[in-house]
Design a protein around this ligand. Structure first.
Ligand code: DAH
Length: 345
């Protein structure tokens, strides 16, 4: 038995020493040290030995097995490092080479602003209205009547509405406030929604005005909603949107669907209130209209105005985008000039 062991050891040493790479080394390892190897069979055969022979042969087998394992490990380390270095060398890439430029589209600046504003109001607890409650082609009823703007009211002219020629009472909505009436008729308070979307007005196009633009409407109706909450929410919105808290000014105003109504100005971001052409030297920029929902509107949509109150606000997306990124012509948003669009991130 001892001779046999020595002979196998010699064979194994031979093959291990001959191995020149990881693959042949692995083969040698399998041949001599794996479970089915001859060497292992010898270990299994120990049970047939006499009790005197057993410890001696056992010790010899273990010693050889340790010796071979050690040798294989050492060679393995050498081959592994060698092969790794060869691979690193052959797969080396020149990271200073120019890559292939793959042109990518950008999110339109207006969409970016809408997304950003929606996110801010979500954070403040407002959820996005269901699209079906905020249609662009609208009945006069929702765009005007239910918002306390009766038929002959001058506010209808102020907004230069597009009327549908062959369908009576159908308009392209002139304001996203239409969503207010639809939302209130479709759900019970507490209501806390925002509604972004396109609006249309029959105006001549200039650097400041386009006949299609975007607004975001907000509505909060619940018990005990106050003007203080309106201020809290909108000041926080302004802080988050413009990135730092900036002076605001609430001017009293008029909208048919809110009472009292306010227009909110922020200190001019170009001149910090000193006066410049952007703010017509006033130091202030108007950014949104708001107010406490007029009890007449609540009544018109079937909400008890003794129990509930609310506030609403509406802002122009183009204006907010222009102010934030110092864009001086509203038409840039709609001309699809790639040089302009490319600048967005
Ligand atoms: N709909 C108004 C507009 O287009 C903006 C507005 C003002 C909306 C006051 C409101 C509000 O909800 O309370 O000029």
């Amino acid at each position: 038995m001892e001779d046999k062991i020595i002979q196998i050891k010699k064979q194994a040493l031979d093959e291990i020493n001959k191995a020149q790479d990881l693959k042949t080394l692995e083969e040698a390892k399998n041949k001599f040290l794996s479970r089915n190897s001859e060497f292992n069979n010898l270990k299994k055969g120990m049970k047939d030995l006499t009790p005197e022979q057993r410890p001696k042969i056992g010790a010899l087998l273990n010693q050889i097995s340790d010796e071979l394992t050690k040798l294989i490990e050492e060679k393995n380390e050498v081959f592994y490092t060698k092969e790794l270095n060869e691979r690193l060398q052959s797969e080396k890439i020149d990271i200073t080479l120019d890559g292939n430029y793959i042109p990518q589209g950008h999110i339109h600046p207006l969409t970016q602003t809408v997304n950003e504003i929606v996110e801010i109001f979500n954070y403040l607890g407002f959820s996005l209205i269901k699209p079906e409650l905020s249609p662009e082609v609208e009945l006069e009823k929702y765009n005007f009547d239910l918002l306390n703007v009766p038929k002959e009211h001058p506010a209808r002219d102020v907004q230069d509405t597009f009327y549908c020629e062959n369908m009576e009472n159908v308009v392209l909505r002139s304001q996203t406030s239409n969503a207010q009436a639809r939302q209130m008729m479709n759900s019970k308070p507490p209501i806390k929604i925002i509604s972004p979307g396109r609006v249309y007005r029959n105006e001549s196009v200039s650097a400041r005005k386009n006949n299609l633009f975007h607004q975001i409407e907000g509505l909060y109706v619940d018990k005990n909603v106050t003007m203080a909450q309106l201020k809290g929410v909108l000041n926080e919105f302004i802080r988050l949107y413009f990135g730092s808290s900036r002076p605001t000014r609430y001017r009293s105003s008029f909208f048919p669907f809110t009472e009292p109504s306010v227009e909110i100005d922020v200190q001019c971001i170009m001149c910090q209130g000193k006066g410049c052409p952007v703010c017509s030297n006033s130091g202030w920029l108007e950014i949104l209209g708001a107010g406490m929902v007029d009890p007449n509107v609540l009544k018109a949509v079937g909400i008890d105005s003794d129990t509930y109150s609310g506030f609403a606000f509406g802002m122009g997306v183009e204006r907010l985008t222009m102010l934030k990124y110092a864009i001086d012509d509203i038409r840039l948003f709609f001309n699809n000039d790639i040089r302009f669009l490319k600048q967005s991130v």
